[in-house]
Design a protein around this ligand. Structure first.
Ligand code: IVH
Length: 714
């Protein structure tokens, strides 16, 4: 979200006390952004905004070096790996690049290098390359064979995504050529083309899933799949541009290495050029910026690297970045246009998103017609923490607005030009009633903490037609009932015709087809109707966790649904409990509360859902149509560790931490994330760190991974 709150005071004018406070606040903010970007693939600010925060953070540290600690985000790269995949320690750390924004920064960069190498007027050659906005990958080849592929992670340790990377066409399983060094680590960028990204997002939305914000996130999301078949179905490319451990160097220059990568069977970026002066570097930047919009992949700048590798080695690194390379970023892409209207979109849970309808305008080669305006406060010029946005300027219909696309495909309104505001400009009045025919009252959405949030929602739940259709879309989506041949388009059609009004209706379609005659609908035909009915019939047996997820209760996503399914084991047990919770039965509430990962928000939501007779009817009619809701594996009560609280820390060798936790939970143990006096066992691998000390303090039994496996009998 673009926050143009009051400009912060000049760093040069900060007192030390002010600097300390801001330094701490920025550190927390940057850590949060790093986590959202690297682990969740869901950044909440644009790259340009992130860079601005980092710049200010760096400026404060330069003025007050005593504030720098080993924990400072400036000393780390990205965030720790997310724990879903086995970890891989990089033989050579994967580092980051320093940024240059202005031409003067580039001149300074070259000057610094020249002074460091004591070259006088001597010339330095640079390899100039586009900076691909994807995610970096390290590919390790031993004896010419691909053995591991790892993400960058925090730079020291990444995630093992070998199985997924093997599905990429651009990554050779075996290096071509002779006399290959025994160990070669080839590094580069995995990316998704813009075209593939748009097609994938269309599919995501059709399947009722959240669209990705940009190609980078969709590439990351596609790669971090537990199932390589999903990665294989997503078109990902790879450009090689760097290396990690090499048992021998086949070439003496960066440009030579690029040629070598090609001979080994890799793609390298075709726009890469050798430059011999600062002027040529800057000309390269301009030329690539002009071509940016036409490229079918996102780039966010260019990278200059000292070409001679012996010089790179002499120049070395300053904390997290090499002295011999810099990323010369592009400014964010902006455009000015007129806001014609504001429409309200109603989501599955009834939440309203105001969407700005723009006079179409080109921003960085993409025609933009819609912008999200987030919520009522955002339009008024108030941010999530009550801070001012756009210096408090509100957004009115008829206003001239500045929109920005910074790497992201979804644009933002960064400013309103008040001087151009026409007399006829209309302030937007947020609706008090849902735009659905029921005209239900609008309430403020609750935040996860149970407070009133800034978003408005319709109070009609499934009685609201907008929510009905959104719920149906969720119901048939891949992670719920996953009904082949019943995509969003067909569903909308059936809904508009009044043939499918609620989930149970899907299962009675075949019975009613003598009258409906689906095969007569254009584009359908007998075979597809037969296939559709077969796909529906197959889903009359469904796992409990999918079933609970498919009910569409607010705050009950896939993970929560799984936790509820595991907690109760059977549909009957869950259903009985949910009805009691809805009736305010304290014992049932306490029992739900005791389940792992379930808290107040979910309990309130389950209660609200089953408290509505309308919803109970939907559920009852649906369960009547099903053959079986398959029980979930309930945690064992009589294992060696049932009822115990365990914590896993450090690196595990035989399984990922998530697997270990899930295994412990299946055996009836509670897997916690920090050690306290309630902890029974700490299972500590190498690098367990502070948790070991905590365990000692609280007298907690410490086990090795093997001892743990023995204890649980594996
Ligand atoms: S060189 C020691 N070259 O940018 C630095 N990086 O901000 C090695 N990137 O983590 C990186 N295109 O993910 C290099 N042509 C290029 C690049 C590139 C994109 C990414 C890479 C890196 C990040 C640094």
């Amino acid at each position: 979200m673009a926050k143009t709150a009051k400009a912060p005071p000049d760093v040069a004018k900060l007192t030390k006390a002010q600097a300390r406070v801001e330094h701490l606040r920025l550190a927390l903010e940057l850590e949060g952004h790093d986590k959202r970007y690297y682990q969740d693939d869901a950044p909440s600010i644009t790259d340009a905004e992130y860079d601005a925060l980092r710049r200010r953070y760096g400026a404060i540290e330069r003025r007050f070096p005593e504030l720098v600690t080993a924990e400072s985000p400036s000393q780390k790269i990205g965030a720790a790996p997310s724990g879903r995949f086995r970890k891989v320690r990089h033989a050579v750390p994967m580092l980051s690049l320093d940024n240059a924004f202005a031409e003067q920064d580039v001149i300074d960069f070259v000057g610094r290098i020249s002074r460091f190498l004591k070259l006088g007027d001597g010339k330095i050659d640079f390899s100039a390359e586009p900076k691909i906005d994807g995610l970096s990958m390290s590919l390790r080849y031993e004896g010419g064979e691909l053995v591991t592929a790892a993400t960058r992670g925090d730079g020291a340790e990444g995630e093992d995504v070998t199985a997924n990377i093997r599905t990429l066409h651009d990554v050779p399983q075996r290096l071509k050529g002779r006399n290959l060094p025994d160990v070669c680590e080839v590094r580069g960028e995995v990316y998704m083309t813009k075209q593939a990204f748009l097609a994938l997002n269309k599919k995501q939305v059709e399947a009722g899933e959240a669209p990705f914000a940009n190609p980078r996130n969709s590439a990351a999301g596609s790669l971090r799949q537990k199932d390589p078949a999903i990665t294989a179905s997503r078109p990902l490319g790879f450009f090689a541009y760097a290396w990690g451990e090499m048992s021998a160097m086949p070439e003496a220059t960066q440009s030579g290495m690029i040629g070598w990568f090609e001979r080994c069977g890799f793609k390298t970026n075709p726009l890469t050029r050798l430059c011999h002066s600062v002027e040529q570097l800057i000309a390269f930047h301009r030329k690539i910026e002009q071509q940016r919009a036409e490229l079918d992949y996102d780039i966010d700048g260019v990278v200059y690297k000292v070409d001679r590798i012996d010089w790179q080695e002499r120049l070395g690194f300053v904390s997290r970045t090499p002295r011999w390379a810099v990323a010369h970023k592009f400014p964010a892409e902006r455009a000015t246009t007129i806001l014609r209207d504001i429409e309200i979109q109603v989501g599955r849970t009834g939440s309203f998103t105001p969407v700005g309808k723009l006079e179409p305008v080109g921003v960085g080669g993409v025609i933009v017609q819609n912008v999200t305006l987030h919520n009522e406060d955002y339009i008024k010029g108030v941010g999530g923490d009550g801070e001012q946005l756009r210096e408090g300027r509100d957004i009115r219909i008829g206003d001239t607005v500045v929109i920005q696309r910074a790497g992201d495909v979804i644009p933002q309104v960064v400013d309103v030009i008040i001087d151009k505001r026409p007399k006829s400009a209309k302030p937007f009045h947020f609706p008090k009633k849902c735009p659905c025919p029921l005209r239900t009252d609008v309430v403020r959405e609750e935040t996860a903490a149970g407070e009133e949030g800034s978003r408005a929602r319709c109070s009609g739940e499934f009685a609201c037609p907008f929510q009905k259709i959104e719920h149906l879309k969720l119901f048939v989506s891949r992670r719920a009932f996953d009904i082949d041949g019943l995509g969003e388009k067909q569903l909308q059609y059936f809904f508009d015709e009044g043939w499918v009004k609620e989930p149970a209706d899907i299962f009675t379609l075949q019975k009613r087809n003598a009258k409906l005659k689906l095969e007569e609908i254009e584009g359908y035909g007998e075979t597809s109707v037969r296939n559709l009915f077969a796909a529906i019939a197959e889903r009359r047996r469904i796992s409990l966790e999918r079933f609970i997820y498919a009910l569409g209760m607010r705050h009950v996503g896939e993970t929560t649904a799984l936790a509820l399914a595991r907690g109760y084991g059977s549909w009957k047990a869950f259903h009985d409990a949910a009805l009691k919770v809805a009736a305010g039965d304290e014992e049932a509430i306490a029992e739900m509360d005791a389940l792992d990962q379930i808290g107040d928000t979910v309990i309130r939501s389950v209660g609200a859902y089953f408290g509505e007779s309308h919803n109970r009817g939907i559920v009852e009619r649906l369960t009547r149509e099903l053959d079986e809701i398959i029980d979930a594996e309930k945690p064992k009560r009589n294992s060696a560790v049932s009822g115990k609280t365990v914590v896993f820390s450090g690196a595990l060798e035989r399984m990922t931490r998530d697997e270990a936790k899930a295994g412990a939970e299946r055996l009836g143990a509670k897997a916690a994330s920090s050690v306290s006096k309630k902890t029974d066992y700490l299972i500590a691998g190498p690098g367990a760190g502070s948790k070991l000390a905590d365990a000692k303090k609280h007298g907690v039994t410490v086990l090795t991974e093997d001892e743990w496996l023995k204890l649980i009998g594996e």
